[in-house]
Design a protein around this ligand. Structure first.
Ligand SMILES: Nc1ncnc2c1ncn2[C@@H]1O[C@H](COP(=O)(O)OP(=O)(O)OP(=O)(O)O)[C@@H](O)[C@H]1O
Ligand SMILES: [Mg+2]
Length: 507
């Protein structure tokens, strides 16, 4: 007889041990910023119009509180809110609810502190409950003992709730995951800066919303929204119309290419880069119910290999909006920091991203300058990439007017000049340009960029004379031709100023 025949079929009650369970949940991977954002989600779901986040430095006894003027909770609701695993994540949610798992309040708080006190006011009646991990670790049995009221001596830290008819305050004390080792007041101030930048990004759509005013105050200072897409900025080279997802109602995408550095003031350029900087902030921005989950990721998409974030694509940012009804398809996590597009949407997203990346690459490479002529005609370029089976080579286009002009008049020097052009083609400092671009985080300057205007005019005049005297073009036609010839195509004003009655000796 085998073990399988003897196997017992009874059942056992197997509750987790509170202290061990909660300690394990502390490691979900929240940062202080993502944890506070999770608490603010609850305030927004509770229709708050103001959330005050207060950081109070007192060494090891420092504390953080988050106060809102939302609908608050009655005694029973607060009791449920404080329990872990009280709600089934599979339950349908109100379409404006930012929650899903019934855990955020607890897991976000425990990731930062050992004592969580929540006081809530509903119709002028206040209730207060508390978890203390040190008490939990000493409890008997399975140990799930919640405490009523604030810790003796901490009552004043939740007293702001008394000034509200409705609202909730979440208080974090014993910040053992923040105040570690030699953590100083400077570190605390730096942390406040980091949190500010994160919240102004994550909640920017709420902070910008005029039809339902919402504000976040950090130690009394009103937070400004940070819009990743520079909406309304006239220097933006391109943005797409909104495209609804083909197979998932409620999901929509809008692609943006941001202005090149040269098109923005130093201050605007700094501000537009975002909390993590230009390169890190490229890619998709996934919003769930207008709350940002993911800020800048290529979502594992790519043609062949997954795209990585690089300098050339740093001007590409793509907004995706999803409703909370598709949480499981998008694999939303408890921290609201992860989202994975479902397989059937990946090709569609890949195509939109590819088109945006191409445009962003051009804006980066040409420093935001338009590469089409005013007539729509193709610009005559001096260099042409030539794709062969061994890779790309860069060739000088002999038809470019400035090259053509020399070859045309070269006479017995023609072979030598052609050899020189060949040498230049074979010695393009590709590696140097590549390294400089990576180091400077920008392409080197070309196209007379930042060159004194007299220098440009002198070269321009030579070309103009060639067109008029050698090619017998009328001044009007010569000017039209210059306007579609690289690099003069960006200097229409200088071209228009060229004299119509040209003297061969003019220089
Ligand atoms: N500031 C608040 N105002 C009113 N009710 C709140 C507040 N914070 C929490 N609640 C209530 O407590 C419940 C539990 O909150 P918790 O953050 O733990 O889970 P959730 O928001 O439901 O889901 P998730 O784990 O995805 O955040 C909420 O569903 C809400 O009913
Ligand atoms: Mg929540």
């Amino acid at each position: 007889m085998s073990f399988l025949d003897h196997m017992s079929r009874g059942r056992r009650h197997a509750p987790p041990k509170a202290s061990a369970m909660v300690e394990a949940l502390r490691g979900l991977g929240y940062s202080t910023s993502t944890a506070i954002a999770d608490i603010i989600d609850n305030s927004i779901s509770a229709c708050a119009s103001t959330v005050s986040v207060n950081f109070h430095w007192k060494g090891e006894n420092s504390r953080i509180s988050i106060l809102d003027d939302g609908c608050g909770m009655n005694e029973e609701e607060l009791d449920h809110a404080m329990r872990l695993g009280d709600v089934n994540p599979l339950d349908a949610r109100d379409e404006n609810d930012l929650g899903r798992f019934g855990l955020g309040l607890k897991t976000a708080s425990f990731s930062q502190c050992r004592r969580l006190t929540v006081a809530s006011m509903r119709n002028n009646a206040a209730h207060c409950l508390r978890w203390d991990l040190d008490v939990l670790s000493k409890s008997e049995g399975d140990g799930w003992y919640m405490l009523e009221g604030a810790e003796a001596g901490s009552e004043q830290f939740i007293e702001d709730i008394e000034n509200k008819n409705n609202g909730t305050i979440v208080l974090w004390e014993k910040l053992d995951r923040i105040i570690t080792g030699s953590f100083s007041v400077e570190n605390f101030l730096d942390l406040i800066d980091v949190v500010e930048r994160h919240l102004s990004m994550v909640f920017h759509r709420f902070l910008e919303n005029r039809s339902r005013p919402f504000s976040i105050l950090i130690n009394g200072q009103r937070l400004k929204p940070w819009d990743p897409f520079l909406t309304g900025n006239p220097s933006k080279p391109w943005h797409s119309p909104v495209s609804p997802a083909p197979t998932m109602p409620g999901v929509e995408v809008e692609c943006h290419v941001l202005p090149h550095k040269d098109m923005l003031s130093v201050r605007d350029f700094e501000e537009a880069q975002g909390p993590e900087g230009w390169t890190a902030q490229q890619g998709f921005y996934v919003y769930r119910n207008k709350r940002l989950l993911l800020a800048g990721s290529w979502l594992g998409l790519g043609s062949g290999r997954a795209w990585i974030k690089d300098e050339a694509h740093r001007l590409a940012r793509i907004r995706i909006d999803i409703p909370n009804s598709v949480d499981s398809e998008w694999k939303i996590d408890i921290r609201k920091s992860r989202a994975r597009p479902p397989v059937n949407l990946r090709p569609w997203l890949g195509q939109l991203a590819e088109a945006t990346r191409m445009r962003a690459r051009n804006a980066f490479a040409y420093r935001g300058r338009v590469q089409r002529s005013y007539t729509g005609e193709e610009i005559v370029q001096a260099w042409k990439p030539e794709k062969g089976k061994h890779g790309v080579r860069y060739r000088i286009d002999h038809k470019h007017p400035s090259v053509n002009a020399v070859l045309d008049q070269a006479g017995h020097l023609r072979a030598q000049i052609e050899a020189m052009l060949r040498v230049l083609e074979e010695t393009v400092p590709v590696q140097k340009i590549w390294l400089d671009t990576a180091e400077e985080k920008d392409t080197p300057r070309t196209g007379f960029d930042k060159v004194p205007v007299d220098e440009v005019r002198a070269v321009l005049l030579q070309m103009y004379k060639y067109f008029v005297f050698r090619n017998q073009l009328s001044p009007v036609d010569a000017k039209v031709k210059l306007k579609i010839t690289e690099p003069f195509h960006n200097y229409h004003q200088l071209i228009d100023q060229l004299p119509d009655d040209l003297d061969e000796d003019i220089s």
